[in-house]
Design a protein around this ligand. Structure first.
Ligand code: ADP
Ligand code: MG
Length: 724
């Protein structure tokens, strides 16, 4: 905490901790008695018996009683108080490194005390440092002593006292019917709460600590049930909002039919199914809130295009937002080719277009002439006014990539993977909300002031099942679960950096057969400039190593026009090898690229590697992804690389990512700083999640009063949970 402490003169005397117990409890979110009973112990201390001194072992907690047979306060060389305590079986040392005069008095020879603390092996036999000292021969508790999560200045005894009082005040009635509790094989709420606050010494200590004890199962079930119920309520709330009904035009000359006719392929059954799901949503009078998930290359763009066409056919504007300019540009190019022959004006808007172009774009958007607007976050700036926005599509594949980098750097457990770049996270969810709100306030057509756009979000990083059932349970999910035909699986090779020359040989070979290659540069710790430098260096080295071929370079700091030019050249096969920073991570679609080299693959997250690998294997040629790594590998890096080697299934990858990193990081923006689940653990409690989900559906259909009662108990002070 810095040097300031060495100049005490500047510091006012430390303010006395004047907060009352009540205020301190409030800091923990414990306002009323019902809050207190749900404040559950982290662990327990066994103070139910007195142990003979001869039975003590180092590293273990001890509770003993004995007589002080020696006591010694010294001030040189160091201030300390030592004492020897004796019982019928032996002696043990006690030691204080700082002490008050009254403690010295306590330790007068001949007095008898009960003493608790952790036993350590000392120079002269076992000892306890800073033991807790209480009156000897007082009655022993029958239950284990709970240790609660607490806050600065709030002692365990005062917390215990407050909770003990609450337990006497609050009636621990079950929110659920006895029959249901029995059917679910759960403990009663009352028994669970009483047990967890005061378990007896015979209970399974391990199960209590690991949250696998039946009492914990009941509490975790209740918590998950509350989560399910509140998410369902949030969904209901959204259904009370109004959106414009966008009927599907089923005539043969509808925009959708005409696009389908113009495509060189037909939709896969999976694409047809999700298209139908989206189409049905658009015809409802409340806003669609749907996630379209499908692995990289599964063909989400055409599904989004069909949704856009249904909306445009029904007479509203559509906005499509992407997290990066490269991706937005690619969507723009592709959709322009598809839409313009249908007579639809597609407009392009990003932060980097000239003021003049922006003015033109704004004009096309606000008069309603532009029916589809493609762009980046710039779309949601105040200056953009839509004429009649009816559908917002967000391609947010990038989200996990960046969120992951940020959270990794926060975590700091794997410094090789961290970067403190200040990329603002593309928080699609809040962006869509802003857009929806803007529409509500500035929507031009006066008679339509109060409808908000439908929302479709696309993600290539599938949500693992348990997360989908919990934190995302309020959105509808459509999944494209099969890839279009004609794809060949990507062969993944793990190659150590020392065999770089060999890899260069593969690259030259691929170029010789007319294939194209991505060479992805590593994430460099802490610095975007270094990232860039590495890419520039690599570009130079590869250009020299491959004199017969064109080596291109693309990175995030390139001006938009140049970026677009490089990508165009690569698409048109004028560039053989494209050196790139991770800007190509999302969405780039060049079917002729069949070899990808990822340098320092150990620095990337799993989802990111999967995204990158998805850039190859899009054409008919056999594709290879080389993960070049630098030894030594951390345990986590090793597991990630192994996962990449073992599977290509995005769902499987997502599940492993969840297992490796836990839900917090995958949730990204959804978590909004609060850990929503205090007790349940999605990695281990999926069976409880399923049960809670089924019960929630059942209760909502049959017993609204129970729903209300349960939410009242569990959602106190957590109104943020009910986002609308
Ligand atoms: P992603 O889901 O990753 O966004 P894209 O929409 O970019 O995938 O599609 C990947 C490639 O597959 C594109 O070249 C697209 O034109 C092509 N594609 C999409 N659907 C089909 C299909 N049903 N049959 C053949 N190719 C398809
Ligand atoms: Mg895409």
């Amino acid at each position: 905490m810095g040097t300031a402490q060495h100049t005490p003169a500047k510091h006012p005397a430390r303010p006395k901790n004047t907060a009352t117990t009540k205020q301190k409890l409030e800091r923990l979110g414990l306002v009323s008695a019902p809050d207190l009973i749900l404040h559950l112990p982290l662990r327990y201390e066994d103070e139910t018996e007195i142990m003979p001194i001869s039975s003590l072992r180092p590293g273990r907690a001890a509770q003993i009683e004995g007589v002080v047979i020696r006591s010694d306060a010294s001030y040189q060389p160091r201030r300390q108080l030592t004492a020897i305590l004796q019982d019928d079986t032996g002696e043990i040392g006690l030691r204080w490194l700082t002490f008050y005069p009254n403690q010295q008095q306590q330790m007068q020879v001949g007095r008898r005390w009960r003493v608790r603390g952790e036993v350590r092996g000392g120079l002269h036999g076992y000892e306890i440092i800073h033991p807790k000292v209480t009156v000897a021969d007082s009655p022993l508790p029958a239950a284990l002593t709970p240790v609660y999560p607490t806050t600065d200045g709030l002692s365990q005894p005062s917390l215990r006292k407050a909770i003990g009082q609450a337990l006497e005040q609050v009636e621990l009635t079950d929110t659920l019917d006895a029959a249901l509790v029995k059917r679910l094989g759960l403990q009663s709420f009352c028994e669970a709460i009483r047990t967890l606050h005061a378990p007896t010494p015979e209970m399974d200590a391990h199960a209590l600590l690991e949250h696998t004890h039946p009492s914990w199962l009941r509490i975790k079930f209740d918590e998950l049930l509350a989560q399910q119920l509140s998410l369902a309520a949030a969904r209901d709330a959204r259904r009370s909002l109004r959106s414009k009904v966008l009927p599907a035009n089923s005539t043969p000359d509808s925009l959708c039919a005409r696009l389908l006719q113009s495509l060189p392929f037909s939709l896969t059954p999976a694409q047809q199914r999700v298209s139908a799901e989206i189409s049905a949503d658009l015809q409802r009078e409340f806003p669609m809130y749907r996630l379209l998930q499908g692995d990289v290359g599964s063909g989400k763009t055409v599904v989004a295009a069909l949704a856009a066409l249904q909306a445009i056919d029904a007479g509203v504007q559509v906005a499509l937002m992407a997290p990066t300019e490269i991706l937005a540009e690619q969507h723009f190019q592709k959709l322009k080719i598809w839409f313009e022959p249908l007579g639809i004006e597609v407009c392009w808007l990003t932060g980097s277009i000239t003021p003049k172009a922006r003015k033109l774009a704004n004009e096309a958007i606000s008069t309603g002439r532009a029916r589809l607007v493609v762009g980046t976050q710039a779309l949601i700036q105040d200056t953009v006014e839509f004429f009649d926005l009816g559908l917002v599509i967000v391609d947010e594949q990038h989200r996990f990539g960046v969120a992951q980098r940020l959270s990794l750097s926060k975590k700091g457990e794997e410094p090789d993977a961290t970067t403190t770049r200040t990329t603002t996270r593309f928080d699609a969810e809040s962006k869509v909300q802003t857009l929806a709100n803007a529409q509500r306030t500035t929507g031009k057509p006066s008679e339509n002031r109060d409808w908000i756009p439908h929302q479709l979000t696309m993600s290539a990083t599938p949500i693992p099942r348990t997360l989908a059932m919990t934190f995302y349970a309020d959105l509808e999910v459509s999944s494209i679960d099969t890839l279009p035909p004609g794809r060949t699986p990507v062969v993944t090779k793990l190659i150590s950096n020392v065999r770089r020359e060999e890899v260069l040989g593969h690259v030259a070979q691929a170029c010789a057969t007319g294939q194209q290659v991505y060479w992805v540069c590593p994430l460099v710790q802490e610095s975007e400039t270094l990232d860039l430098q590495t890419a520039v260096d690599t570009h130079l080295a590869l250009s020299q190593a491959l004199p017969d071929y064109t080596v291109g370079l693309v990175h995030g700091q390139l001006p938009t026009a140049e970026k677009a030019a490089v990508m165009k050249a690569f698409r048109e096969a004028q560039i053989n090898v494209l050196v790139s920073t991770t800007v190509i991570e999302v969405g780039v679609d060049v079917p002729n690229a069949s070899l990808m080299i990822i340098e320092h693959a150990e620095r990337f997250g799993l989802a990111q590697l999967h995204q990158l690998r998805g850039r190859v294997g899009r054409g008919v040629a056999k594709s290879v992804c080389v993960l070049l790594y630098q030894t030594p590998l951390s345990m986590l890096a090793r597991q990630r690389l192994r996962a990449m080697y073992e599977t290509q299934d995005g769902f499987e990858i997502a599940q492993r990512d969840l297992d490796l990193r836990g839900p917090g990081e995958l949730l990204g923006s959804r978590q909004s700083g609060v850990s929503l689940l205090r007790f349940a653990d999605l990695a281990t409690d999926s069976a409880l999640v399923v049960a809670a989900r089924e019960t929630a559906t059942e209760l909502r259909a049959t017993s609204p009063h129970i729903v209300e009662r349960h939410l009242a108990r569990w959602m106190r002070g957590r109104e943020d949970y009910l986002r609308s």
